[in-house]
Structure formats: C-alpha cells, structure tokens
Design a protein around this ligand. Structure first.
Ligand code: NAP
Length: 224
C-alpha cells in the first residue's frame, strides 16, 4: 500500500517540487492550494484539496473532505507559508495578522484534528525557516515572518513532547530557494525548488530524531 503524504501549499515553489518528488518516489500525495486547482498533476495518485489557512471555516471544510476520503495519513508536511513583510523593517498590522493567521493559527488548527489520522511511525514536518531561530537572529527585518516561524518552531517542540515516539515531529529550513515568496528570491535564491525538495526528501527518509530543527541546505542541525 502506498504511503500517503499531505503537503500544504503544493501549487508552486517548494511544496509543488516536493509533491512532484514524492509522486516520483511512489507516494500518494494530497496537495493543497487556496483555489483547489493545481496544474501539472494529471496523476491518479494525486488529490487536490482546497485549503485557505487564513480562514477557519475553510479549514473545517478541508477536514471534512479529508476525513471522508482518507482513513490514514502517513506524513503531514506543513509547507504553506507567507512572508508579506519579508525585507521590511516596521511591522504593519494587516500583514502581521495575516502572517500569523496562515503561518501559525491556520497551521496549528489545520494540524490538530489530523493527528488522529496520522498513524504509528507517522511524521509531521513543519517547514520553518532559519529566520525563526532565536539563537542566530542578528538582523532586524521581517518582524512578522521571523516571529511566526519562531512560534511554529515552538509548536514543533510542543507536539514532540505530546506525541512522544508515536509520531515524529521536526522543523526544517528548506534553504534559500528560488520561489516567489518574495520576488528577490527568484534572483538571489541559492537552490531551485527541486534541489530543496530533494534535500527535504532525504531528511524525511533517512531517519531523524523527533524534535529536530534541521537546515536541509547544508545538512546540519539548527539552534532554536
Ligand atoms: N523560499 C525560501 O527561500 C524559503 C526559505 C525558508 C523557508 N521557506 C518556507 O518554505 C515554505 C514554502 O515557501 P515557498 O518559498 O515555496 O513559497 P511560495 O512559492 O510562495 O509558495 C507558497 C505556497 O503556500 C500556499 N499558500 C499561500 N497562502 C496560503 C494560505 N492562505 N493558505 C494556504 N496555502 C497558502 C500557496 O498556494 P496558493 O497561493 O495557490 O494558495 C503556495 O502553494 C514556506 O513556509 C516558507 O516560509 C521558504
């Protein structure tokens, strides 16, 4: 039986490349996007799910659909994330709130009911960022984005404590990747989404200790 992986934010960037990689590696993939339409996956092992993490009733609808169609999830990858204040310095209320709605509140309340579907030996992988590390923060930009990833990292730690050995949980930094999360990444990013997805896949399949914060760009553990 194929393993089932649910990847949020699979319509572009790292999430899309990861969905392609997991399909190639013979996983069944549930991929999400806000409009429920994801181009390029004419594959019987791909299920497209509508999910807007900024909208709690939309999250509930996604749960209903998941519980109707699936009895098990092996891996949940909380990849969807936004950074409207990346490279800016003074927090703005609207983008601050939206960042937390998607990267933190939506991610937590999307994850919670799904835990019962994730079986023994399951994995929850939170796509975080080095920018959320408290220990290595030496800059003053991107207030909401950095704080949201720190909060996501705390959720990783809390889930690790709650789920013990049943489900492994980790935070991962995918590297500096050429995506449109911010326009300048297309030029400045060091990795293609496909390279980043390959590194993340390696982390997922090589065995890791629950509660790890991993830099998949250079294959080292990150300080929290
Ligand atoms: N790129 C980097 O260098 C980098 C570095 C560190 C960490 N990360 C993290 O990696 C993850 C993926 O980033 P990326 O660079 O691949 O970004 P991206 O290309 O902008 O893709 C973001 C994905 O999230 C989805 N999304 C956006 N708003 C959403 C919402 N409200 N609800 C649900 N899904 C939503 C998008 O789908 P739709 O717009 O179709 O809904 C898209 O599939 C993020 O968590 C990001 O913080 C990226």
């Amino acid at each position: 039986m194929k393993k089932i992986v649910l990847i949020t934010g699979a319509s572009k960037g790292i999430g899309k490349a990861l969905a392609e990689k997991m399909l190639n590696e013979k996983f069944y993939v549930i991929g999400t996007s806000r409009n429920g339409k994801i181009k390029g996956f004419e594959n019987q092992d791909f299920y497209s799910l509508k999910l807007d993490l900024s909208n709690l009733s939309n999250i509930e609808n996604a749960h209903k659909e998941i519980f109707n169609k699936f009895h098990r999830i092996d891996i949940l990858i909380n990849n969807a994330g936004i950074g409207p204040d990346l490279d800016t310095y003074i927090p703005q209320k609207e983008s601050f709130n939206l960042t937390f709605d998607v990267n933190v509140t939506g991610t937590v309340f999307f994850t919670e009911p799904l835990i019962e579907l994730i079986g023994e030996n399951g994995i929850i992988l939170n796509v975080s960022s080095k920018m959320g590390s408290l220990d290595v923060c030496e800059l003053a930009d991107s207030v909401a984005y950095r704080m949201s990833k720190s909060a996501l990292n705390m959720y990783t730690k809390i889930l690790k404590n709650r789920l013990r050995d049943k489900i492994k949980v980790a935070s991962i930094h995918p590297g500096w990747v050429k995506t449109t999360i911010i326009e300048s990444n297309l030029k400045n990013g060091r990795l293609t989404p496909e390279q980043s997805a390959g590194n993340i896949f390696e982390f997922l399949t090589n065995g890791f200790e629950s509660g790890t914060f991993w830099n998949s760009e250079n294959g080292t553990e990150l300080l929290w």
